[in-house]
Design a protein around this ligand. Structure first.
Ligand code: HEM
Length: 501
């Protein structure tokens, strides 16, 4: 018997499912992209599915993205959707544990730490850190041997995870955190990370060892940061002018109050988590695709040679400004984020009944659907970024699509960039708009990512440094694993490499 939840005539259609409560958990959880496309065929751009008792109304396409991401936070609320997942990991009094207007102030503080001056200082630091990793990590023994004919292999995701956390800690997180990476920090970080899974999202508290480990790790990491802050306040450490802790220690809320030590600590944890999975996943997908395409791999290397050759044939370091002007590198990162946006579902909790514009979906002419209070709304930029109605050869990784200034990709990017330039005031009372671009790997509207520039810089420097030193190849790019919060490449994902001549 078909189980359909009681629904009012003006509520969106409910996706067919056999099991009450559990609903469409298997279809959505195993392959959200396929699930969304199939549902779109049957029900159109707007439908509701059941996920362990939650009612989730999906709005697809660029209009759907705009509806969800452009919604006002008093109606479509991020805190209510995420706090049970994030507060145990990040800690109290930050991000989704505080009212939206406080978080928006905190976002503004972080933006200060991500100033162009700071970003400029990071390129060389990241390059050094990657080179040090290639010189010392056991997966790169064939590189270390110095023999240009010896091939080795590395696991794309594992290498990128290690490189991402090392480079983020060296730069944004600060010297003390980087030193901790060589000691106990990495292990505690793994325990904390074990609390950031779809299971934690669905069930905030279960009597499982991973939940206990998460809580112990949170306390240890929070204390670790508070200790760094206190030592800095006592003046017992120096040399950290460009990092985020230094920036946050100088900020005040609008009422004049400085950030408390535990707030700085918890913002630092939030940034660590926000940047780690997203950037390491993107970096590993990018390398996997580059390795599969010898033509792109060669073009990328030649781009480095063209822009950065010294008279003696060696390659000099890049600057932040130069890095943003490299067309091939830029299109590789854009294209990777198009096919593999790390966050496939962006959710908000619906605090009040919300009519859906008739241009997005309507039951009949002259009537509208309403998303009822108590539902969640979900936008999936993944769907619009892979929509065959918009993109030619939508599921093909083809960086060259970004080079045609009149092409679909360039137009989508323009709408996307325009929205970034749009005045989003992170203070009180500002209304931020969403955007109708089909390309939104960093989200849109008030909750749009503030780490985008850092991510491009980090990814660009990591990829360039690897490609400068090694040739890489792989027969096939692996499938997606959707069972983690961030979409990852499945195993096997071994890239073959050899030292460049
Ligand atoms: C928000 C993606 C890297 C910090 C977001 C959102 C997306 C996203 C889609 C919107 C979430 C929502 O609306 O619910 C990415 C991708 C990254 C990346 C694809 C890398 C490739 C980073 C980095 C940082 C960061 C490196 C920190 C340095 C944040 C913050 C928010 C955010 C603070 C705001 C959350 C909110 O306002 O609710 N990111 N991100 N992200 N991201 Fe990123």
């Amino acid at each position: 018997r078909q189980l359909v939840l009681p629904r009012k005539p003006n509520e969106p259609p409910v996706v067919f499912h056999w099991l009450p409560i559990i609903g469409s958990a298997a279809g959505y959880g195993n392959d959200p992209l396929n699930f969304f496309f199939k549902c779109r065929e049957k029900y159109g751009d707007v439908f509701t599915f059941i996920l362990f008792g939650r009612r989730i109304t999906v709005a697809l396409g660029s209009k759907g993205n705009n509806f969800v991401l452009g919604g006002k936070s008093i109606v479509f609320n991020a805190e209510d959707a995420y706090t049970h997942l994030t507060t145990p990991v990040f800690g109290k009094d930050v991000v989704y544990d505080v009212p939206n207007e406080i978080f928006m102030e905190q976002k503004k503080f972080v933006k200060v730490g991500l100033s162009t001056d700071n970003l400029r200082a990071y390129v060389g630091m990241i390059e050094e850190e990657v080179e040090e990793f290639l010189r010392t990590d056991t997966a790169f023994s064939a590189f270390q041997s110095g023999d240009v004919n010896e091939w080795g292999q590395f696991d794309a995701l594992k290498a990128l995870q290690a490189i991402t956390i090392l480079t983020a800690s060296k730069t944004l997180q600060g010297q003390e955190v980087r030193e901790g990476m060589d000691k106990s920090f990495a292990e505690i970080y793994n325990d904390l990370d074990g609390g950031f899974t779809p299971l934690n999202f669905l069930f905030p508290n279960l009597p499982l060892p991973s939940y206990r480990k998460r809580d112990i790790a949170h306390k240890k990491i929070s204390d670790f940061y508070v200790n760094i802050i206190q030592q800095r306040r006592n003046g017992s450490t120096t040399d950290h002018e460009h990092d985020m802790i230094a920036a946050l220690m100088q900020q005040n809320y609008r009422d004049g109050r400085p950030l408390k030590d535990h707030e700085i600590a918890h913002i630092m944890i939030a940034l660590l988590m926000a940047g780690q999975h997203t950037s390491s996943a993107t970096g590993s997908w990018a390398l996997l695709h580059i390795a599969e395409r010898p033509d792109i791999s060669e073009a990328l290397y030649q781009e480095q040679v063209k822009y950065f050759s010294n008279p003696d044939g060696t390659l000099r370091s890049m600057t932040f400004e130069e890095l943003r002007q490299l067309p091939i590198m830029d299109s590789i990162i854009r294209e990777t984020l198009r096919i593999h946006p790390p966050i496939h579902s962006i959710m908000r909790y619906v605090r009040d009944d919300m009519p859906i514009p008739g241009t997005l979906a309507a039951p009949q002419k002259d009537s509208t659907y309403v998303v009822p209070k108590g539902h969640y709304v979900l936008a999936s930029p993944l769907v619009s970024q892979l929509d065959p109605q918009i993109w030619k050869d939508a599921d093909k990784w083809e960086p060259t699509r970004w080079s045609d200034p009149e092409g679909v990709a360039a137009q989508a990017y323009k709408t996307y960039e325009d929205a970034q330039g749009e005045k989003i005031d992170y203070g009180f009372g500002a209304v931020s708009k969403g955007t109708e671009s089909p390309y939104q790997p960093f989200g849109a509207g008030k909750h749009r990512c503030i780490g985008e520039q850092f991510a491009y810089l980090q990814l660009g420097t990591i990829i360039a440094t690897i490609v400068r030193h090694m040739e890489i190849k792989i027969d096939q790019v692996p499938e997606h694993n959707y069972h983690t919060m961030i979409t990852l490449p499945k195993t096997p994902r071994m890239i073959s490499y050899r030292r460049r001549k």
